[in-house]
Design a protein around this ligand. Structure first.
Ligand code: CP
Length: 324
């Protein structure tokens, strides 16, 4: 009964019939054409917000966050509210019955009775996929461990498209925790499908991009990439600089985290050789990776990125709920 494609799983939801159920678990679940369509809708929402204010009247999103979040959870809730719908959910596992031992599968079956779509974040890689196999409503992966964060990637693609005017012919620097940073893993997976993308992977030796990403994505797609520990080495070549924080919650050893957490601090001085139209991004939260003196630089796009995130999630909700 189940199809192997994550985005397009056929499940039996009622005795009387079979329904096509769409989920977003991995950015690869969306084709380039589908991403283009989502970006088109997001841009239309930006320009004509009032047109969309009742599109989801009577609909509900459940946000099940087993891990902390500010942007992702609140932007999903704001997105649904701006479409005329409502939001419910929990923001930590300890306030849900997961703390009593309830499984993800059971939680999803229950919450599916109260909502039309579920956005879920979980510390375990693959938990949203497991949830999607049990769910009667669409599941959106809002981040699973160090694995994937597809809606952040949609946000990042929209930001690059709007700020640079293109998603091809770009040199993109990815800086910080490339080992545990799920936003980076998802972004590389997505951007690999566009033309003439060069990547500069900037990280401490201990936090280099995992081998499976190199093998399965960079090498398979014949992408040009460079690895360095020096944030300034390729600064003058970059069109986009994507900063990330060191993922404290994924470290086993506090001493290692303390040693690496401030490895890169982008400041005005380090930007001296950068292009005038560089786009500086960060999925946030920022800890120390970008000095606040960069915030007023016209190249700082990370707070705009937050706004794009809400519009992209509005477009995604419309698509998953099949609202015209
Ligand atoms: N970018 C992002 O996922 O932020 P939150 O952890 O605050 O949701």
């Amino acid at each position: 009964m189940t199809n192997v494609s994550f985005f397009d799983i056929t499940i039996e939801i009622k005795k009387e019939g079979v329904a096509k159920m769409k989920h977003l678990i991995d950015i690869k679940d969306l084709s380039v054409e589908e991403i283009d369509e989502l970006m088109k809708v997001a841009k239309d929402i930006i320009n004509h917000e009032e047109k969309y204010s009742h599109k989801c009247d009577g609909k509900k999103i459940a946000t099940l966050f087993f891990e902390p979040s500010t942007r992702t959870r609140l932007s999903f809730e704001a997105a649904m509210m701006e479409l005329g719908g409502k939001a419910l959910g929990f923001s930590e596992a300890s306030s849900s019955s997961a703390s009593k031992g309830e499984s993800v599968a059971d939680t999803i079956r229950v919450v599916g009775c109260y909502s039309d779509v579920i956005a879920m974040r979980h510390p375990k890689e693959g938990a949203p996929l497991v949830a999607s196999l049990q769910s009667a409503v669409p599941i959106i992966n809002a981040g699973d461990g160090g694995h994937n964060h597809p809606t952040q990637t949609l946000t990042d693609l929209l930001t690059i498209q709007c700020e640079k005017g293109r998603l091809d012919n770009l040199t993109i620097g990815l800086c910080g925790d490339l080992k545990f940073g799920r936003t980076v893993h998802s972004l590389i997976t997505a951007i690999a499908r566009y033309q003439n993308i060069k990547l500069v992977l900037i990280s401490p030796k201990e936090l280099m991009i995992p081998e499976y990403i190199k093998k399965d994505i960079l090498e398979k797609n014949h992408m040009e990439y460079y690895e360095t520990t020096d944030i300034e080495e390729y600064m003058d070549k970059l069109d986009v600089l994507y900063m990330t924080r060191v993922q404290k919650e994924r470290f086993f050893n506090e001493d290692d985290y303390v040693r690496l957490k401030d490895y890169y601090i982008l400041n005005k001085e380090k930007l001296q050789q950068a292009k005038e139209d560089l786009c500086i991004m960060h999925p946030l939260p920022r800890v120390n990776e970008i000095a606040t003196d960069v915030d007023n630089d016209k190249r700082a796009c990370y707070f705009k990125q937050v706004k794009y995130g809400k519009y992209m999630r509005m477009a995604l909700i419309l698509k998953l709920l099949e609202v015209e």
